[in-house]
Design a protein around this ligand. Structure first.
Ligand code: HEC
Length: 203
């Protein structure tokens, strides 16, 4: 094989490779699969972490979780808060304000504490169960610009537990909110149906 013939063959191979490469690039840009937004294979019985942490949880009101919340568990969850918050009666402020009796109390309740403008602007509005739930889900989303450096509690059970615990740390704990009928445990339904109409709680 003389060098001219070799060059012809090498050139051909190179041209082929370039052609293949460009076809590859072209088809890739046409057929590149879009990222799946949802899992396409759902395995029965296997929990998907992202799905259970997502909006599905938000659908149930905190009253549902409060109904079975444990104050002891809430005391354990409060360890996350204790670095910044004292919750004993008359206790001093730490990095955050004292939280004794906070459930039902006003936003920015503690006199003398240097609240952010975000929380100070909400003064007078009561910290009811729903407000506390929203705050503890994401302080940042609840009051942009607030100065509580805490990401939030992902699990509704844990939020309910710590709220129930805070409610107990009070001179006058609030009655737990009623669980809306559509989220009440199914077992409670037949009993309620069987009860005479006049026994229904006045709301
Ligand atoms: C890193 C410190 C820090 C941690 C941890 C923390 N907080 Fe706070 N918290 C603060 C600060 C600071 C404020 C005041 C925020 C402001 O003024 O914007 C605050 C405010 C609050 C308020 C509003 C009080 C009022 O008077 O309006 C509540 C309720 C609260 N925190 C509950 C909690 C709970 C419950 C936890 C634990 C799950 C927690 N915080 C964890 C620092 C913290």
């Amino acid at each position: 094989m003389d060098s001219f013939e070799f060059n012809k063959i090498a050139g051909g191979v190179l041209a082929g490779a370039v052609a293949l490469l460009s076809i590859n690039i072209a088809t890739d840009s046409i057929y590149r699969p879009a990222a799946l937004e949802k899992q396409s294979y759902i395995v029965e019985g296997v929990e998907v972490e992202a799905a259970t942490e997502g909006p599905a949880e938000v659908a149930k009101p905190i009253a549902f979780y409060l109904a079975s919340a444990s104050v002891e568990k809430g005391e354990a969850v409060f360890k996350k808060c204790a670095a910044c918050h004292n919750n004993e009666k008359g206790g001093a402020a730490g990095i955050g304000p004292n939280l004794y009796g906070i459930v039902g109390n006003s936003h920015a309740h503690m006199a003398g504490f240097a609240y952010s403008d975000a929380l100070a602007a909400m003064k007078g509005k009561p910290w009811n169960f729903d407000e506390l739930n929203a705050w503890l889900t994401s302080p940042k989303a609840y009051a942009a610009g607030n100065k509580m450096s805490f990401a939030g509690i992902g699990k509704p059970e844990d939020r309910a537990a710590v709220i129930a615990y805070l409610n107990a740390k009070s001179d006058s704990p609030l009655p737990l909110p009623a669980v809306p009928a559509e989220t009440a445990p199914a077992a409670a339904a037949p009993a309620a149906d069987a009860a005479p109409a006049e026994a229904a709680p006045a709301e």
